[in-house]
Design a protein around this ligand. Structure first.
Ligand code: HEC
Length: 147
């Protein structure tokens, strides 16, 4: 009886070890896959991603009612929208989205400066909708911006 038990323990131990090895190997191949995937790392991508950093500031500012943080993020995005990299497309719709986005940043900043966090939150939702709508438009133009 005790030998059967220790055999069982041995089998269980071996199975557990095997599971750990398999998990380790698949993790290694998964990370290798992730590294091999061609990431967008061109200059345009990197600049466009700066919007994410600025948006995080706004979201954090709204979350903790920190007007300065909201203003900072809104300012950064307003400046980004004026920068050369932003003007990759020049069709009328793209210009409209850009104009709407800029005025949204102005209203966001104004709301934050007044300490009106409800208005700022609503404005941020509208601005986020503008992010998504513009991206949808960019995709629909099928212009290859990748360099
Ligand atoms: C007026 C249009 C417009 C608005 C508004 C806009 N974007 Fe973009 N965004 C672009 C364009 C153009 C690209 C580049 C697309 C490409 O490279 O294929 C882009 C790319 C991106 C990318 C992808 C970067 C990468 O990894 O390649 C992110 C992330 C992004 N924008 C975030 C945002 C966020 C967040 C907002 C709103 C706060 C926003 N964008 C608002 C036009 C816009």
């Amino acid at each position: 009886m005790s030998t059967r038990n220790s055999e069982r323990t041995l089998v269980k131990g071996a199975a557990a070890l095997l599971a750990v090895v398999v998990a380790g190997l698949s993790w290694m191949s998964w990370t290798a896959d992730a590294r091999d995937k061609p990431k967008r790392s061109d200059a345009l991508s990197q600049k466009m991603r700066l919007k994410l950093d600025a948006s995080m500031k706004v979201l954090e500012g709204l979350s903790v009612e920190d007007a300065d943080l909201i203003r900072e993020g809104a300012n950064e995005m307003a400046e980004q929208s004026q920068a050369e990299f932003w003007q990759v497309l020049t069709d009328p719709d793209y210009r409209d989205f850009t104009r709407d986005f800029r005025s949204s940043m102005r209203r966001l900043k104004a709301a934050a400066e007044k300490g009106n966090f409800d208005a700022a939150a609503l404005e941020w939702i509208a601005a986020t909708k503008c992010c998504l709508d513009c991206h949808k438009h960019v995709r629909s133009t099928k212009v290859d911006l990748k360099k």
